[in-house]
Design a protein around this ligand. Sequence first.
Ligand code: ADE
Length: 414
Amino acid sequence: MSGVKDMKLAGSGRMKIEWAEAHMPVLMRIREGFRRDKPLKGVSVGFALHVTKETAVLVETLIAGGAKVAITGCNPLSTQDDVAAALAKNKVDVYAWRGETNEEYYENINRVLDHKPNITIDDGADLIFTVHKERTELLKDIRGGCEETTTGIIRLRAMENDGALKYPVMATNDADTKHMFDNHYGTGQSTIDGILRATSILFAGKVVVVGGYGWCGRGVAARAKGMGSQVIVTEVDPILALRAAMDGYMVMPMDDAACMGDIFITVTGDRDIIGKRHFEKMKSGAVVCNSGHFNIEIDIPELEKMSKGKKTIRDNVERYDLKDGRHIYLLAEGRLVNLAAAEGHPSEVMDMSFANQSMACRYIQDNDLEAGVHMIPREVDEMVARMKLETMGVRIDELTPEQRKYLESWEEGT
Ligand code: ADE
């Protein structure tokens, strides 16, 4: 029995899925191969991924390959209820709705695990953690897992180093055709999209403070700059900070940026990036949001304590009325603004991320991997890039035999 908000939304969800299919040509090509070869015949796949139209295309690709799928979300605010209904109507076991409580969220994780997955697909590693902490009886049936995001990979590597990771996990995030595009162009565009859908404010002339200059932060900063904002970057990593400075941004500690920003966007993957001492310095009317995986980057309990009240003034916009008379706008309850207030990354970029996910599932099925974190094979990464270029109508040069020999030899000098 699926758990979705409203099955009547299935028609609109199906149209969204068809739209995504039309913009995910690489994954659709892989689907054709899966339909023919059935590489996942009889395999039970458990998902904890944002339930979006793009994820639906991945789910239905694995089903075309012979898999049985049970899915829940990986964030309480990111499920697209119409897409969830459309999947449920297509006989997928779906346990996800927008606005789940924390308790419901973990109940749904467990309902997916009740399907005894052979492969887990996570964005944030909640299925993997739950299996290792509470459902160890399932380990014997699990051949492997896939992890979609940087935040999840960091924790899985920590588990691996402690000898605690009991099954092989493909680091989908670490494929070049994933993080160099999804994290950069995907997060860059969808974060701005989320802020615009929530607030409809003008970026031109605003001071935008971007917390973190990893792949995601670089994408967000570039898009904000392109829209005419003055961008300040905050960082803890000296190399990334240097890169931000040479990319032309102002770089300074958050303590200094706090009084200057009109819009604050955190994308660090760490906690407490914006806290009490920053809220104390902010201009009245500052907009604060997060695009990192968890809602811990902004210290919302402190903001609550500093406020005499709060009011939802638009969808995904809460105005916090501070005791000193200022107000601060918090978007999407500090959760991923790109998925909570918009539709997440565009289909074209998820095309590559989910091409990697589907090929990672096939790789797990075809190989007996040891417990630990595994890279996506380079051939898969390059295959995804070549297919994407082809679908974009972009041709590239090939090495001549002489060029290849030159690259492989050491004798030739000046
Ligand atoms: N993460 C970011 N954007 C996404 C999308 N559109 N679908 C699934 N996961 C995502």
